[in-house]
Design a protein around this ligand. Structure first.
Ligand code: UDP
Length: 319
């Protein structure tokens, strides 16, 4: 019997890579996505396959009984995830992580399926120390611009644990740190697509604030491997997934230039509200529980991402 996998946000950046993975493993994949930030381009190659099904629908409005009850796994990836996206879609972001998470949990409970919630390093807010272990409860502004995402995900984690405790639902929570790679949107607004598209179109690199804030960047294939391993184990506590190598945004700008073989001016812009000043995952739990750590260096991942962005910008006539 083929395993049946339900992936919300399956047309998004990370969700579509998961659809690919499970299709390649011989599973039946049902992708549910309202395309508010996802894209048909990401799943076009899957649409004609008999084992792939797309339901184009907002999960917060879904009648969960209409979707069948035979899923083996439910992976909840649906949510705007880049700051410009969730600033534009504040209520949608809150709803998909609250009501949307509950609907997906209901499906998992009914099917007796394994469930995964994709949480985020944003639950740590602007952390008081680094690296951040899963035991750190965070420093989040509950009424700031980013709160729709941060608090949405924190609520999501809470309801996941409530389902696990009350109904014994087989849940998992991953906290994803900055991830990049093929299928990110060119206009997603995050730092890597911004820098790469700026390099390709010969524009200055926009650095918000003084550029001394840090992030740690994980290549998407590494992340997918971590998620798949998480599905194969039974850990209900949150697990950080990300690359532990930390860069300041200025250092990132240098690596992007070096990888592209081009130099670009840096244009300093005003800092963003509540922009976390440091972010670096403590991945000891993932190493210990999943025997997982990232393998792809930033240079290598950026090279691959450049190839993808160049061909996409060419198609759109922007390069
Ligand atoms: N950033 C930047 N220039 C850009 C886009 C982002 O300097 O064109 C900075 C942003 O202020 C943040 C970091 O890069 O400190 C990462 O931002 P991103 O939006 O990629 O993700 P976040 O980790 O903030 O969710």
């Amino acid at each position: 019997m083929k395993k049946k996998i339900l992936i919300s946000g399956g047309a998004g950046f990370i969700g579509s890579h998961l659809c690919d993975y499970y299709i390649q493993k011989g599973c039946e994949v049902c992708c549910i996505d309202n395309l508010c930030t996802g894209s048909m381009d990401n799943i076009q190659h899957l649409l004609a396959l008999p084992d792939f099904k797309l339901i184009q629908q907002d999960i917060t409005l879904l009648d969960t009984t209409s979707i069948g009850d035979s899923f083996d796994m439910v992976l909840h990836l649906a949510s705007p995830a880049s700051p410009p996206d969730y600033f534009k879609l504040p209520l949608e972001t809150l709803r998909v992580n609250s009501m949307g998470t509950e609907k997906m949990l209901d499906i998992a409970k009914r099917c007796n399926a394994k469930f995964l919630f994709s949480s985020t390093s944003e639950v740590y807010g602007d952390p008081s120390f680094s690296p951040q272990p899963e035991t750190y409860w965070g420093n989040v502004n509950p009424v700031g611009l980013r709160s729709v995402y941060d608090e949405g995900k924190r609520y999501g984690e809470a309801i996941v644990m409530a389902y696990h405790r009350k109904y014994n639902t087989d849940t998992r929570i991953i906290r994803i740190f900055n991830t990049y790679g093929e299928r990110m949107r060119l206009d997603d607004g995050r730092v890597i697509p911004n820098f790469i598209s700026q390099i390709i179109s010969g524009k200055p690199l926009t650095v918000y604030g003084d550029g001394k804030q840090t992030r740690s960047f994980c290549y998407v294939n590494d992340l997918i491997e971590g998620i798949v391993r998480m599905m194969e184990t039974e850990h209900h506590i949150p697990v950080n997934l990300g690359n532990a190598v930390e860069y300041t945004i200025i250092q990132l700008a240098e690596v992007v230039q070096k990888t592209s073989g081009t130099t670009a001016k840096i244009e300093f812009m005003p800092p963003l509200e509540d922009d976390p000043q440091q972010r670096k995952p403590d991945i000891s739990k993932a190493k210990q529980l999943l025997n997982w750590e990232p393998n792809i260096s930033l240079e290598e991942g950026l090279k691959r991402t450049f190839i993808y962005f160049r061909s996409h910008m060419k198609k759109k006539g922007e390069a």
